[in-house]
Design a protein around this ligand. Structure first.
Ligand SMILES: Cc1ncc(COP(=O)(O)O)c(C=O)c1O
Length: 372
């Protein structure tokens, strides 16, 4: 199917990158990096050229998320997956409750479960459904996923957790675009290769004073074996000095800083609104076409940063996406591989132009209607 399909030139988006991560990095970020010449890439991350960029990222995120002064912006290497282990090893006292609704929230739960000195429980719904997290007085860490990238489900409402608990939010594909009052979260973490338009390999964790104190207190418990690379104490003390514990990818830091600056010019509320506008376009299209339907049935859980759209089984999505990739017009809108559904998963991220999303819906409709 679609072996000979060629899309009309006027329907082709100006940028083919609609993937949910790694996401579209604006080409002007690469130009600004190049313009640094010999004064940034290839210089030490312990010196001011790089430390100033880290500082700008930290301050930029404080401004963007309107963080209280006593919150810490901590950075390290390894991405959000690395933090799954770091949190279970060094942030949970005795028991964690995980809210699971897709591949990533399940992965986090499974990582925690392997740590022998804590108990880990899950509240779970079938993939494709949403879950509203609640407090659990038996646990000292409540774990939820702001935007479940595998299914396009968001957290609609956050719980107020009891005094002895931390609220931890994996915000990887939603941070900055899916509404969340970070000042009410204790650990808000993400990798920057989604809305923040950078490369993978880095993690950012925004910590409340309660979370910071918890991590530093648990670091004194020598009965826990925590590898040095996973030490919260090292991550926090290095970040306080605008550094990472070990060597970071300098280009990744550069792109992240460019995006934080760009988003601060627009502002948090306007970025969220932009995401809602894009979501309305894509879900509206899916509801209008008889051969499409939004995968997430309950609109309150539908993401404004990643949209999963089911496609009629008469259409072979894999073949269609191969044809569009071959002509270089659309990349990476495949469904999450382990879900195994005939599906599009489309990034609604900030840098993806609304006009390109309009073209995307048109090119996909054109291709599908050519075979139905
Ligand atoms: C919600 C969520 N959590 C965690 C991760 C893992 O991030 P990384 O691959 O940067 O470790 C991803 C990656 O897509 C994600 O979408």
């Amino acid at each position: 199917m679609f072996e000979t399909y060629q899309s009309p030139k006027e329907l082709r988006p100006s940028d083919p990158r609609f993937g949910v991560g790694p996401s579209l990095i604006p080409l002007e970020f690469i130009d600004s990096l190049k313009a640094q010449g010999v004064h940034y890439l290839g210089t030490s991350h312990r010196k001011s050229a790089v430390k100033n960029v880290v500082k700008e990222i930290q301050e930029g995120l404080r401004t963007y998320f309107r963080l209280p002064q006593d919150y810490s912006v901590v950075l390290g290497n390894g991405g959000a997956t690395f933090l799954f282990d770091m949190l279970a090893l060094g942030m949970v006292q005795k028991r964690a409750t995980h809210f699971v609704c897709g591949e990533f929230s399940e992965k986090w739960f499974k990582s925690s479960k392997k740590v022998p000195w804590i108990e880990t429980v899950a509240q779970q719904v079938p993939f494709g459904e949403g879950i509203t997290p609640t407090d659990d007085t038996a646990s000292d860490l409540i774990a939820c996923t702001l935007n479940e990238t595998s299914t396009g489900v968001i957290v609609d409402q956050f719980p107020k957790v009891h005094d002895g608990a931390l609220l931890a939010v994996d915000a990887t594909s939603g941070a900055a675009q899916v509404p969340c009052d970070v000042s009410k979260v204790d650990v808000f973490f993400f990798s920057p290769q989604k809305v923040f338009a950078s490369d993978g390999g880095l993690w950012v964790a925004i910590l409340s004073p309660k979370a910071r104190e918890r991590a530093l207190t648990l670091a004194k418990d020598k009965s826990r074996y925590i590898p040095d690379i996973m030490s919260w104490e090292s991550a926090i003390t290095n970040s306080d000095q605008n550094q990472t514990y070990n060597t970071p990818a300098l280009a990744t830091l550069w792109f992240l800083n460019e995006q934080v600056k760009k988003m601060n010019k627009i502002g948090y509320d306007a970025v969220i609104e932009d995401g809602h506008k894009k979501a309305k376009l894509v879900y509206g299209w899916a509801e209008e076409k008889s051969y499409l339907s939004p995968y997430i049935k309950d609109p309150k859980y539908r993401s404004n940063s990643v949209a999963a759209i089911d496609v009629d089984d008469k259409v072979n999505v894999d073949d269609l996406l191969k044809a569009l990739a071959k002509e270089k017009s659309v990349y990476n809108i495949d469904g999450y591989r382990k879900l195994g559904r005939n599906q599009f998963r489309i990034g609604l991220f900030h840098n993806i132009a609304y006009s390109d999303l309009e073209k995307l819906t048109k090119i996909l409709s054109h291709a599908i209607e050519s075979v139905l």
